[in-house]
Write a protein that binds this ligand. Structure first.
Ligand SMILES: Cc1ncc(COP(=O)(O)O)c(C=O)c1O
Length: 359
């Protein structure tokens, strides 16, 4: 079976972990600091704050932008549930606006839901495909809103050559299946020194300038030195990993010729980093998505669906009375992803394309 995801780790990561273990300094320290500096630089931001995972990175970014009870944050319904959970955990309400044909939050749909309680917009770069950030920046400026990117799936993505950090605060996940990983891990990047300082403090029990004096209630969302050591090596591989994923995507673009499938739009100049390579199989007259997935599995091709239930249809969010999002609902029923990770060989990607064409 060609798996849908597989971490891309080597002996350098092993050696880096062993070095940390032998040093005896295991908790957040110099490696984490070095990883933060390198990550900020790679993403085009002034500051980076490492966290325990992507959800805590999103949560801290929201808190640092002053989001809390009574506020509304507009985001995409077609995302991992963690996006909405991070918003809800601040006491704010996630407001789900529909997507467009890129599968990302539609700036126009987001604009229509801005109201007196709206404090922030959180676009999600789904599957590594960058959102229309210039449009969201303009919208946030016009209405005086915070703009916080859920870049959990989009490490290394750029827009017209500009890294996402230039567009302001973003949160990344370094979970095991992400393009680069520390097993679990996260990162907030920002150009605002106050946001960086607030995230760094809250992550570590809200430390202050006075040792063991705490003005507010904080958290333990720290990253370990082992994670950071792996992360530093992984970051060094980012170019190679991204290029391999993009090369697989170009291959699928050219060789999956079946007219049965649609592809999410990638805007001109948007550098998609293909955390997932996603196809759409609108049903009329064809196989159901379940049948497609079963047949691909029989041909040795693993698939995934990211995500089958939009946030506003989740039992946990039903009480939020969100308006319907028909485009997200349609996508949730017809999307599926095929293996695009760097562990896929040239021979395997041929198997994948042929299996998809044979459906
Ligand atoms: C879009 C999105 N948001 C948030 C998260 C949360 O990240 P984590 O699992 O590291 O907490 C993830 C990844 O899992 C994600 O894909």
């Amino acid at each position: 079976m060609i798996p849908i995801a597989k971490p891309f780790l080597g002996v350098e990561e092993e050696a880096a972990v062993v070095e940390v273990m032998r040093s005896g300094a295991l908790a957040q320290g110099e490696k984490v600091r070095a990883f933060e500096l390198a990550f900020a630089d790679a993403m085009g931001a002034r500051f980076a704050v490492a966290t325990s995972n992507g959800t805590t990175a999103l949560y801290l970014a929201l808190l640092a932008h002053g989001i809390g009870p009574g506020d509304e944050v507009i985001t995409s319904p077609l995302t991992f549930i963690a996006t909405a959970n991070a918003i809800a955990q601040t006491g704010a309400r996630p407001v789900l606006a529909d997507i467009d044909d890129s599968l990302n939050l539609d700036p126009q749909a987001a604009a229509e839901l801005i109201g007196p309680r709206t404090k922030a917009i959180m676009p999600v770069h789904l599957h590594g495909n960058p959102c229309d950030m210039p449009a969201f920046l303009a919208l946030a400026d016009e209405h005086g809103l915070a703009l916080i990117q859920d870049a959990c799936q989009a490490v290394g993505a750029t827009i017209a050559g500009t890294p996402l950090g230039v567009f302001g605060t973003a949160a990344y996940s370094l979970y095991a299946t992400k393009n680069i990983t520390t097993g679990e891990g996260g990162m907030v990047i920002t150009n605002d020194p106050r946001v960086a300082q607030t995230c760094a403090s809250l992550r570590h029990q809200a430390y202050s300038n006075q040792a063991y004096v705490h003005e507010v209630i904080g958290y333990n969302f720290r990253m370990t030195e082992m994670q950071a050591a792996i992360g530093l090596v992984q970051l060094g591989r980012l170019k190679v990993i991204t290029e391999r994923r993009r090369d697989h995507a170009r291959y699928y673009d050219a060789h999956i010729t079946s007219e049965r499938f649609l592809r999410p739009r990638v805007a001109p100049g948007h550098r998609h980093v293909y955390h997932q390579y996603t196809l759409r199989a609108p049903r009329p007259g064809g196989l159901s998505r379940d049948e497609i997935r079963t047949r691909l599995e029989q041909a040795g091709v693993g698939t995934g669906v990211y995500y089958p239930v939009p946030v506003h249809r989740q039992p946990a969010y039903r009480h939020h009375a969100n308006p319907s999002c028909p485009r997200a609902e349609a996508a949730a029923t017809d999307i599926f992803s095929i293996p695009v990770h760097p562990g896929v060989s040239d021979a395997e990607r041929k198997v994948v394309a042929e299996a998809v064409n044979a459906l």
